[in-house]
Design a protein around this ligand. Structure first.
Ligand SMILES: [Zn+2]
Length: 49
């Protein structure tokens, strides 16, 4: 249909979105906040535990 699906990444830390140039290789850091944990969501803390 002529529509190319663009793969993009979202930083879990700063919510920055960027287009993946190389889908096979995951970026090491977020280009904006430079966090190496951009793909790791914040831990869900138990409240009152
Ligand atoms: Zn970021």
């Amino acid at each position: 249909m002529g529509i190319a699906k663009i793969e993009c990444y979202v930083c879990e830390r700063c919510n920055h979105k960027w287009i993946a140039r190389n889908k096979k290789e995951k970026p090491k850091v977020c280009p904006k906040c430079k966090s190496p944990y951009w793909d790791t969501p914040r831990r869900i803390k138990k409240i009152g535990g």
